[in-house]
Write a protein that binds this ligand. Structure first.
Ligand code: RP5
Length: 167
C-alpha cells in the first residue's frame, strides 16, 4: 500500500535561488525522516511584501516550524521571527565575499524578545536545521520521534563501523 503523502509542516524559505544548494540539505533530511517541507525563495530585501505576507500567513497555513536561510546582510530569519510566533531556525548561508561570517553575525545577534535559533554556517547548518525541525515536531508525533531516534542510532553505528583507520 502506498504511504500517505507527508503533512507539510515545515516551511523552508531562503533569500535567493543561489541559497538552494545549501538549503536543499534541510529539505533532504526532512524528506528522509518523512517530514514534508514547502521550499520557496522569499527575500527580505528584494521582495519585502512577499516576506511580510508569508510570515503573517505561515501559522494559518499549518506550518509548525520555519527554516529561513540567507547570506550576507541576512535579515530574513530575524524579520520573519518578528512577524510570527512560530519557531524560526536561521541558517547562515556561506557568502561569496566573507564566507558566511557576515551571514552568521546578521542572524545570530537578535535583540532579546525576538528569538531565532541560529545554526552553523552552510551545509551543516542547513542539515541540522532540518534535524532540529524534526525534533521539534517529534515532541508531539511519536512515530516521527521513533524515526528521529533510528536516524541517530544508524549514524552512531555507521561512525563506529568506520572508526578503525589503521592497525
Ligand atoms: C541574500 O543575498 C541571499 O540570501 C543570498 O545568500 C545572497 C546573494 O543573493 P544573490 O545575489 O545570489 O541572489 O539575500
Amino acid at each position: 500500500m502506498n504511504q500517505p503523502a507527508p503533512t507539510v509542516s515545515v516551511a523552508i524559505v531562503m533569500g535567493s535561488q543561489s541559497d538552494w544548494p545549501t538549503m536543499q540539505l534541510a529539505h533532504d533530511i526532512l524528506n528522509e525522516l518523512g517530514v514534508g517541507s514547502h521550499c520557496e525563495v522569499v527575500s527580505a530585501h528584494r521582495t519585502p511584501k512577499k516576506m511580510f505576507d508569508f510570515a503573517k500567513s505561515a501559522a494559518g497555513r499549518g506550518f509548525k516550524v520555519i527554516i529561513a536561510g540567507a547570506g550576507g546582510a541576512a535579515h530574513l530569519p530575524g524579520m520573519i521571527a518578528s512577524l510570527t510566533n512560530l519557531p524560526v531556525l536561521g541558517v547562515p548561508v556561506k557568502s561569496r565575499a566573507l564566507q558566511g561570517l557576515d551571514s552568521l553575525l546578521s542572524i545570530v545577534q537578535m535583540p532579546g524578545g525576538v528569538p531565532v535559533g541560529t545554526l552553523a554556517i552552510g551545509e551543516s547548518g542547513a542539515k541540522n536545521a532540518g534535524l532540529l525541525a524534526a525534533r521539534i515536531l517529534a515532541l508531539s508525533d511519536p512515530e516521527l520521534a521513533r524515526r528521529v531516534e533510528a536516524y541517530s542510532e544508524t549514524q552512531t553505528k555507521d561512525v563506529l563501523r568506520r572508526s578503525k583507520l589503521a592497525d
